[in-house]
Design a protein around this ligand. Structure first.
Ligand code: EPZ
Length: 455
């Protein structure tokens, strides 16, 4: 039987054709059926032109979860059409939340009696489902959230998140693969959320969300300083919370009795910005990125300039150009404002074609190197030893069949394919669709030749 499936990009829902006139709505979960799309990339064009950056995935996801903190309507605009966003909306709907989506505007109303469980079936697909934990505790005093399990980028514990909510008076039991959390009344406290690998974005945001409705003051010391943390705090404050210092290492939250609805437009995606910037540099093109925040990417821009790329910035634009082969540059990932781990794979793709050797040190997720072997299949020379990769630049990459393993690894393969000789076929690009809004369309508008081949 031939199954005709299409995606309505306005609503991010999947539709299957039943008859000439009738399309059956499969909701947000149709991606299971179209999951095996692949890209065929013909390398060799220089990218040129303007491209607008979408809102930040890693800000949007917790902001949508934070809507659980109120029974009033919240309106989030500029929401990118990503599979991870669809998953978060599906999770909220499964809890009894009313969700409507028109283009980039999502309305969320958590007025009904809420289910307090985030099941394994959803959490295993997207770790960020975890962001419902703090809001559910704040609003309902209880939450049952599946432990996420393994992850392609390495071990990702949740101990710091649990430390945060326990400090606020939550009783936590780990049973049958679930975190069972109960907090009849949350009380503010001082808590240090820095672990052996530094601060945690997820733990900081979850604790901040729970503390917004706790009695008294909470101080998060060793807080993550990423711009997404500050953006979530901006949304909470718009809802009536009192959060100070978000974006610094110490966040002070004065609990309030209730929160109300709010309208919000999240910050631009700094990782999409960096990915498109590498696309310009690796193809020796010239691209002006609009709707971005170069000040959120200082660690990255510094290293990009080191490769010889020219980077000009204004408050909301970044123009990246490169005229000759990249120079080698060493990077070492670090918490914000250092070089982001989420741009490590893409930067590695760039230095694969540099004139000399570069060292890539991954300090946040030490085994996040799944892309290295795939890049080697395209002729790169990457040698991984522990959390350090030595990349010996080659003068050309060659198209091959490669496999995307996670979101940023997929982006790295697309970037390498843009300059590889011949055709590159990238399998499993559903990883890419989780976090980039139609990346191939953006790159094609700049002159790339990427074809999405449905399964
Ligand atoms: C967020 O993940 C991002 N995800 C990740 O982006 C990003 O790579 C990461 O922050 C680091 O910047 C979202 O925002 C949805 P962490 P998160 O807790 O919050 C250790 C992407 O590609 N740690 O800040 O899960 C942890 O192992 C994704 O968009 C603990 O030890 O990351 C890591 O070494 C992938 N215990 C470090 O802290 C904990 O309880 C930072 O992780 C939690 C984390």
């Amino acid at each position: 039987m031939l199954l005709l499936l299409r995606k309505d990009y306005r609503t991010a829902r999947f539709l299957v054709k039943q008859s000439e006139a009738r399309w059956l709505d499969l909701g947000h979960c149709g991606q299971r059926i179209v999951a095996m799309d692949r890209f065929v990339v013909s390398g060799g064009t220089r990218l040129q032109g303007d491209v607008a950056v979408a809102s930040s995935k890693n800000a949007v996801l917790p902001i949508l979860a934070a809507c659980l903190l109120t029974d009033q309507e919240c309106v989030v605009s500029g929401v990118p059409l990503l599979e991870d966003v669809a998953t978060m909306l599906r999770l909220l709907e499964s809890m009894g939340v009313e969700v409507t989506r028109r283009g980039g505007t999502v309305r969320v109303r958590a007025s009904a009696r809420l289910e307090t469980e985030a099941p394994y079936d959803i959490v295993r697909k997207m770790r960020a489902s975890y962001y419902v934990l703090g809001p559910l505790l704040g609003r309902m005093g209880a939450a049952r959230v599946s432990l996420p399990g393994g992850c392609a980028i390495g071990t990702r514990p949740v101990d710091l998140t649990l430390r945060g909510i326990e400090a606020l008076g939550t009783r936590v039991r780990l049973e049958h693969g679930y975190v069972d959390a109960a907090a009849p009344s949350l009380r503010g406290a001082r808590v240090l959320l820095e672990g052996a690998r530094g601060p945690s974005v997820g733990a900081t945001i979850n604790t901040m969300m729970a503390a917004a409705l706790a009695q008294g003051e909470t101080v998060i010391a060793g807080a993550a300083c990423e711009p997404e943390v500050a953006d979530v705090a901006g949304f909470l404050n718009r809802m009536g919370a009192t959060v100070d210092g978000a974006g610094t290492a110490e966040v002070l939250i004065k609990g309030v009795g209730r929160l109300g609805g709010a309208e919000y437009h999240p910050i631009p995606d700094r990782i999409e910005t960096g990915t498109l910037a590498v696309a310009a540099a690796i193809t020796k093109g010239r691209v002006r990125l609009t709707n971005c925040r170069p000040d959120h990417l200082e660690g990255f821009v510094d290293r990009l300039r080191e490769t010889g790329a020219e980077v000009e910035t204004t408050r909301t634009t970044m123009t990246v150009s490169a005229k000759s082969r990249a120079r080698p540059a060493d990077i070492s990932t670090a918490p914000y404002p250092g070089f982001p781990t989420d741009l490590q794979a893409q930067f590695m793709a760039l230095v694969c074609t540099a004139e000399g050797a570069s060292t890539v040190t991954e300090n946040i997720f030490p085994s996040r190197f799944m892309h290295a072997m795939e890049l080697d299949r395209m002729g790169a020379k990457v040698e991984v030893n522990g959390n350090v990769a030595v990349v010996r630049g080659v003068d050309r990459l060659s198209g091959a069949q490669v496999m995307a393993s996670d979101l940023r690894a997929s982006a790295a393969l697309v970037l390498a394919a843009l300059v590889a000789e011949g055709k590159t076929e990238i399998l499993r690009i559903y990883h890419l669709d989780r976090g980039y809004e139609r990346l191939e369309q953006k790159l094609n508008a700049l002159g790339a030749k990427i074809e999405r081949v449905p399964h």
